[in-house]
Design a protein around this ligand. Sequence first.
Ligand code: NAP
Length: 248
Amino acid sequence: MGISFKDKVVLVTGSTRGIGKGIARAFAQEGAIAVIMGRDASLAERVRDEFIQAGWKAEGYGCDVTNPQNVGEILDKILDKYKSVDILVNNAGIAKDNLLVRMSESDWDEVIRVNLKGMFNCTKVFVKGMLKRRSGRIINISSIIGITGNIGQSNYAASKAGMIGFTKSMAHEVASRGITVNAVAPGYIQTDMTAQLKEEARDEILKAIPLRRFGTADDVAGVCLFLASAQAGYITGETIVVDGGMTI
Ligand code: NAP
């Protein structure tokens, strides 16, 4: 993309695979220090090693975003080695789909806890340094489902719509300190999360995508690079849809 993030520290939650890994990789390729995070510490370390072998800069930590103490410990570890976290990408997310009448309370709670509370925990911990330095970028990975809704995804849709409301509120709160907060709403992106879809369901979805293909992690990563760049300095509180035209 030609935008350099040389030695900027970018923390991407849920970056041990899928979209998060793609976002972390894109920043690392542009010179950033990519902080890889997921609940599985050994996987986070493996991805870190993979990045370092590719000639990029990376750190890797096990962290559960639903645990605020755990998130605080990661900040301490980062600050032991670096001055700041410059860019936060709240990407960690899960889905536990079911029709509302069949949805268990625990499936409702868990999705809200990871997708919404996890974003709250991470933003609260990492925005403090940004406020002090009067600069920073926060990018929240929502979903088109938070805009359109979907059968069997009331918990997921509520969490992803919540992320958009949170993004707007945070954008107001921190604008005077030079921090921008935006959301990205991907459509159907090929990852573990969508791999569970049945063949017929995949074909139906494909028919509804004007660009006639599923998205890739790189499609989402490119928008994150832009939103974190100086070129996007006058954009805040926005949600950018990356869905191949599915919701037009
Ligand atoms: P994925 O392949 O399932 O990866 C999810 C990542 O989040 C993994 O690294 C996972 O690692 C981590 N994670 C899950 N729970 C966590 C927790 N409590 N604490 C820390 N890390 C956690 O999912 P994906 O498809 O890449 O999706 C990434 C984000 O994009 C999600 O927010 C999702 O809602 C959103 N999105 C995806 C699509 C799509 O089509 N795939 C579309 C729209 C939006 P561990 O399991 O090891 O913790």
